[in-house]
Design a protein around this ligand. Structure first.
Ligand SMILES: [Zn+2]
Ligand SMILES: [Zn+2]
Length: 578
């Protein structure tokens, strides 16, 4: 009866997140708080409508959603509110929520600032910092106050940036939506465009370009898709909608004869298209705001594919990942690099098992790698002092080496190897004695702690160690908002080049580290890169895909990446040809 629209998954997740945050501020125990946060994650990553599942009575099939949550979600759908949340809202000011969500502040400190100083918003905190009362508060002090000031400033800076979705999440929705439209009887061609097609690290919104016999029918199918939460506007040739994931999507249905023009134009980037327009002018061709080409005579140049667009302008077609105005429009035919593809990778050289913090046993990880067509896999569990709570002592590592050797005996045509992701200590020392490191087939060295303690010098020291083959996630950044630790990447690249150490492109979707700029600089310096999954379970071996995305954006070919080679070839390339 009600005219209320069902909430999207993004809206439901936000409510669950809010419940968790408010319970935490209210002093609830950790696992209760985590239950709401995990449920929020599950809702956010569910492809179809959670509201529809609640109505169908099947929402408890989603992992992390039990009967208690089902009841709350039913209330939310039927009445627009959850009684527990209404109570918490009356008790805890909204400004506290904003504070507790700032990276690095934490609910306990926020609660204390509220209890002791009445700080109930970012503005109130700013004032309490300015008049010195935070610094005077017991357990805080001047250095703590300075840190809090920095957190406030960083949060203000971040709030001014547009919301972006990380590529893996964006593609999960974009590719599924694209495939749905491709399967529709009236569509001919449907492609994702925009930064998703360029495989950028994050995406502001999705663009779909299509041709269709019956455009209105395709628009209607798009509006009815289970991914679409709300259609903001629609017309005979397209629609603008928001998805359950909170990501906006534009569908544009274009004339088949101009599909190439519009796909090229909406793939961008802006800088690439500006450079393209300049190149066009030199040939007397005008490019309109919507990517349509005109001869001097005013005649339209229609291109049904992208290659024709570039040819018309006297340019060479380049893969979407290169379209950032980083020299790609100067390439002549024959100079465009053959970019590396996922299928070029023959092994994975950085991943974890249940020996440290992974979810799969050594055998399960090997099996999953074999299923993915790999020829070799190195088990590289964390070392003795990684700081994640699951230490592998030297003796345990010796036993692991034995176990790996035994499992390897049973595997035909596949090489299972023993390695470690060794922590680089606060002065550059490695976790295990040299003789044990020398026993390993492969050593990844990574910084996980003491980021303020000259990571550059420590990583260079690791490069100089004769047993270290690879520097893992060299800058430590975490997408979207943890910046790299203060590391001099050119100095690391120089050390890697001098010592014959490989540098990693870590494919974990939040890392993609090295990034595309650094990876390209490493290639230019002659350093070989390694693309790893850093998997912590069998399914995340697929993370190599995101490393490939970064590598392609860095102009890398298969030759530039060490693990496109067989294990025999690769081991001979290691420092000293060990
Ligand atoms: Zn690591
Ligand atoms: Zn790792």
């Amino acid at each position: 009866m009600s005219a209320r629209r069902d909430p999207s998954n993004a809206e439901i997740a936000a409510v669950l997140e809010e419940l968790g945050d408010r319970y935490e501020l209210d002093g609830a125990i950790g696992h209760r708080v985590n239950a709401y946060r995990n449920a929020a994650d599950a809702v956010r990553s569910a492809p179809g409508s959670i509201a529809a599942l609640v109505r169908a009575g099947t929402v408890t099939e989603i992992p992390g959603i039990g009967a208690t949550l089902e009841e709350k979600l039913t209330d939310l759908l039927n009445t627009g509110e959850i009684p527990a949340l209404t109570k918490l809202r009356a008790k805890i000011p909204a400004g506290l929520l904003e504070l507790t969500r700032m990276r690095g502040l934490g609910a306990k400190r926020v609660r204390k600032l509220w209890d002791e100083l009445g700080v109930d918003s970012p503005d109130a905190l700013r004032a309490a910092l300015a008049d010195g009362s935070v610094a005077e508060l017991k357990g805080f002090g001047a250095s703590s106050a300075a840190k809090i000031q920095a957190i406030l400033d960083a949060a203000a800076e971040q709030a001014s940036q547009p919301q972006r979705t990380l590529l893996p999440r964006a593609l999960e929705i974009g590719e599924a939506l694209r495939d749905e439209l491709r399967a529709h009887p009236s569509s001919h061609r449907v492609e994702l465009a925009g930064s998703a097609r360029r495989q950028a690290e994050s995406v502001k919104d999705l663009d779909l370009i299509a041709t269709a016999d019956d455009a209105a029918a395709l628009v209607a199918a798009f509006a009815a898709s289970e991914f679409v939460a709300e259609v903001q506007s629609s017309g005979p040739n397209g629609a603008h909608a928001s998805t359950h994931a909170g990501l906006d999507v534009d569908l544009r249905i274009v004339p088949p004869a101009q599909f190439g023009n519009l796909l090229q134009h909406f793939t961008g980037s802006k800088a690439h298209n500006v450079a393209l327009r300049t190149a066009a002018q030199a040939r007397g061709i005008r490019v309109s705001e919507r990517g349509i080409l005109f001869e001097e005579t005013g005649e339209l140049v229609r291109c049904d594919d992208e290659v024709a667009v570039y040819e018309t302008l006297g340019l060479t077609w380049v893969p979407p990942e290169l379209r950032e105005d980083r020299g790609e429009l100067r390439l002549q035919a024959g100079e465009v690099p053959t970019l590396i593809e996922l299928a070029d990778l023959r092994g994975d050289l950085h991943l974890h098992s249940t020996k440290s913090d992974g979810r799969g046993t050594i055998g399960e990880m090997a099996l999953a790698a074999i299923q993915r067509g790999h020829e070799y896999l190195v088990i590289t569990d964390h070392s003795a002092s990684h700081g994640f709570g699951n230490h592998v002592t030297a003796d345990e590592l010796r036993r692991t080496i034995e176990e790996v050797r035994q499992i390897n005996e049973q595997l035909d045509g596949f090489e299972l190897l023993a390695g470690s992701e060794v922590n680089i200590g606060s002065t550059g020392e490695l976790d295990y004695p040299d003789d044990l490191l020398a026993e390993l087939d492969w050593v990844v060295a990574s910084v996980h702690t003491a980021f303020g303690n000259d990571p550059t010098a420590r990583i260079i020291a690791a490069c100089e160690h004769p047993s270290v083959d690879l520097i893992g996630h060299p800058t430590g950044r975490m997408l979207p908002d943890r910046p790299a630790y203060d590391v001099d990447v050119p100095a690391i690249i120089a050390a890697a080049s001098r010592t014959g150490t490989f540098l990693e492109i870590n494919g974990s979707p939040r890392r993609r580290d090295l990034n595309e700029f650094h990876a390209r600089a490493a290639k230019d310096a002659g350093v070989l890169l390694v693309i790893d999954s850093d998997a912590h379970g069998p399914e995340t071996l697929d993370n190599q895909r995101w490393g490939i995305a970064t590598a392609r954006r860095a102009w890398l070919t298969a030759d530039d990446v060490a693990n496109t080679r067989s294990w025999e070839e690769l081991r001979a390339l290691r420092k000293g040809g060990r």
